[in-house]
Ligand binder design. Structure first.
Ligand code: ATP
Ligand code: MG
Length: 429
């Protein structure tokens, strides 16, 4: 026998029993985004490597260690599986001049790839929904995105996701802060780990983003950018706070929050749950006013965020908010005339929006009823040649007592609708 192959480590299958939660999450999110005028777009999964190096930053975990990079066999170009979506969206916006006439709100979603150590909530292929407001200087649009996320959590029935915000200022303020950070960490050089030592001069801000618990104390006492904000950044941050207050959204200011990618400025934010252990950040984002220019475009202020879908699904499970997909009814039929009627009935109910599994493969009533039970359907429609000859269908409720009624064809739709009441709008039990 040939050896069975397995998926690449850290890259997961989403099996049918989990799919309902994914669909519910994605449908709910799409609906919320569209209510705020965000339009869908799709960009490639593979991009030229320099796009990510220039946007995310050379001295970041993602670019230094996590990218899936390979040479195009035909022409030798260096290509990378996208580790995040913002760079590709900005590349597309520049390439197609999408934002120069008027600003644009967009969202996209799909798989991202980072070569991280797989663990709960952290995978090598994972999925994000990604939302970007391009051509907006904010802070109104920064607040809009946060308010929109709060609405999404409500729509999903999730509470307990906490908002953390910070401002990391503009380029000048970051330069001054950078110098202060280098000076500070130089004094504690021997306490730094290898990554931090290496980045000390290249990108000291990244040390603040370190996940090494041994550095936590040192990082907590490091100079805070928030204390050295200029007037414009300060006003932006204060206005954002006022808008969040107005919307009744609680938040914590976390001066160490810098986010893992270099392109951010001013507003940064994260939504964090403590229900998922160490991988508690379910969404994060911020402003990136300099990214268009860094990628060869015209100056275009922008703000965006990404939601980690796997972590959302884990959270929905943890809150018991997930369900399993199941058909409305399973049609059991034995006999030739019964088969004709069964196919007709199944098509007719589908015409009216029901999801119907028609038994395939023959077999006795008993064996078919077992499959009906296993399908999770609420109802079984049972048809034998006797029923077929008088144009009647037996409807049996498979749970709640298992009653069975004989229904003439002309009453089928009404009786079916009355009995089929347990599913949500996603077709999930
Ligand atoms: P973390 O600090 O957890 O590594 P990050 O700052 O690298 O996250 P972002 O680049 O901001 O993450 O991505 C946004 C969201 O995508 C994260 O908040 C998280 O929910 C999700 N995410 C990021 N990396 C992974 C991964 N390897 N596996 C699963 N989800 C991920
Ligand atoms: Mg990360």
């Amino acid at each position: 026998m040939a050896t069975a192959l397995q998926a690449v480590r850290g890259m997961n299958d989403v099996l049918p029993d989990e799919a309902c939660a994914w669909q519910r999450f994605e449908d709910t999110a799409r609906d919320v985004f569209e209510r705020y005028g965000y339009r869908h777009l799709r960009v490639p999964i593979v991009e030229p490597t320099p796009l990510f190096v220039r946007s995310i930053g050379e001295h970041t975990d993602v670019v230094e260690k996590e990218m899936y990079t390979f040479d195009d066999k035909l022409n030798g170009d260096s290509l990378t599986l996208r580790p995040e979506a913002t760079a590709g969206i900005v590349r597309a916006a520049i390439e197609h001049s999408l934002t120069y006439e008027r600003p644009l709100r967009v969202w996209t979603g799909g798989p991202m790839f980072r070569h991280e150590r797989p663990q709960k909530g952290r995978y090598r292929q994972f999925h994000q929904l990604d939302v970007e407001a391009l051509g907006f200087a904010g802070p109104d649009v920064d607040a809009e995105q946060i308010v929109m996320l709060a609405r999404l959590w409500r729509a999903l029935g999730l509470d307990g996701i906490a908002l953390t915000i910070n401002s990391i200022g503009d380029a000048d303020e970051r330069r001054a802060h950078r110098a202060a950070l280098i000076e500070y960490f130089e004094r504690h050089r021997s306490d730094l780990d290898d990554d931090a030592q290496r980045r000390l001069h290249a990108n000291p801000l990244r040390i603040l983003d370190s996940k090494n618990p041994a550095l936590a104390g040192l990082i907590a006492d490091a100079p805070r950018l928030l204390d050295g904000l200029g007037a414009a950044s300060r006003a932006h941050f204060d206005a954002l706070r006022a808008l969040l207050d107005e919307a009744g959204i609680g938040y914590t200011i976390e001066p160490r929050l810098v986010r893992g990618l270099d392109y951010y400025n001013r507003t940064v934010f994260e939504w964090v749950t403590d229900a998922l252990g160490a991988q508690g950040t379910v969404a994060g984002g911020g402003r990136y006013d300099g990214l268009f220019e860094a990628l060869g475009g015209k100056p275009t202020p922008a703000c965006g965020f990404a939601i980690g879908i796997e972590r959302m699904i884990l959270l929905l499970h943890a809150e018991g908010a997930t369900r399993v997909t199941a058909p409305d009814a399973y049609v059991v039929h034995v006999g030739e005339r019964a088969g004709v009627l069964a196919r007709r009935v199944a098509e007719s109910l589908r015409d009216h929006g029901a999801s119907i599994v028609l038994h395939a493969g023959g077999g006795s009533f008993k064996s078919q009823m077992k499959k009906a039970d296993a399908s999770g359907a609420r109802l079984a429609l049972i048809i034998g040649d006797d029923e077929a000859s008088v144009e009647t269908v037996a409807i049996k409720t498979l749970r709640d007592g298992g009653e069975q009624v004989a229904v003439p064809l002309r009453d089928l739709h009404a009786r079916f609708a009355a009995l089929n009441t347990s599913k949500d709008e996603y077709g999930c039990l």
